[in-house]
Design a protein around this ligand. Structure first.
Ligand code: VGL
Ligand code: ZN
Length: 206
């Protein structure tokens, strides 16, 4: 299995808040822009995701008394990591990195806009049940394979890739076009879970 340019490129959450100086900065987050720009325009379909939270979002530690960022709590659907306020709807932090060629996106999937449910995956929210609609979009366009890049490898890229593979898409992740948060071994856990799901982790395909 290799990257198929007949498929979709899914560019996950390359937004200011996940880059240096942002509210939930992923180390080296902005370094993904250059490899991603070089992939843009080469796939049959291009989908961007945009983390997009209301100020009262349940994933924000600030909305829970006596909790701090990176604590974990139980929500109705299960465990949820609490994050610093980030990607607030309409804020500068929620915008795509200005040097990312976002004109290339055919579709932008905004996720995490429901106050009570977080959404790491591009396909299903964290209740694992509420669809974003991306599966239907790809299916109706006849897309069978996806190549996933962006931020963060161990959260939104991981969940998107595992869902894609589970839904039957041939799935690759271009590792050098991703960066990770790495909380409690999440980077290593993400890589082993993705491999177990048959996802290929590759270098630049070109
Ligand atoms: C992400 C944590 C919270 C991500 C989004 O894009 O990986 N991580 N929201
Ligand atoms: Zn988020």
């Amino acid at each position: 299995m290799a990257v198929s340019f007949d498929g979709a490129l899914i560019v996950v959450d390359v937004q200011n808040d996940f880059c240096t100086g942002g509210a939930l900065a992923v180390p080296g987050g902005e370094e993904v822009v250059e490899p991603i720009n070089s992939l843009l325009g080469k796939f049959a379909a291009t989908v961007f995701t945009q983390d997009w939270h209301p100020p009262n979002h349940a994933s924000f530690a600030s909305n829970h008394s006596s909790k701090t960022p990176f604590d974990s709590i139980e929500l109705e659907y299960g465990p949820q990591v609490l994050w610093p306020d980030h990607c607030v709807i309409g804020s500068n932090g929620a915008q795509f990195r200005c040097d990312l060629k976002d004109d290339c996106a055919d579709l932008v999937i905004r996720k995490g806009f429901r106050p009570t449910i977080d959404s790491y995956s591009a396909f299903f929210e964290n209740d694992r049940n509420t669809p974003t609609g991306l599966e239907g979009y790809l299916q109706t366009r006849g897309i069978r394979s996806v190549c996933i890049v962006g931020l963060a490898l161990d959260y939104c890229v991981r969940f998107s890739a595992v869902d894609a593979a589970t839904l039957g898409f041939s799935t690759t992740v271009v590792e050098c076009a991703c960066r990770e948060i790495d909380l409690d071994n999440s980077g290593a856990d993400a890589r082993s879970e993705m491999r177990e799901c048959g996802i290929e982790l590759t270098g630049m395909p070109i």
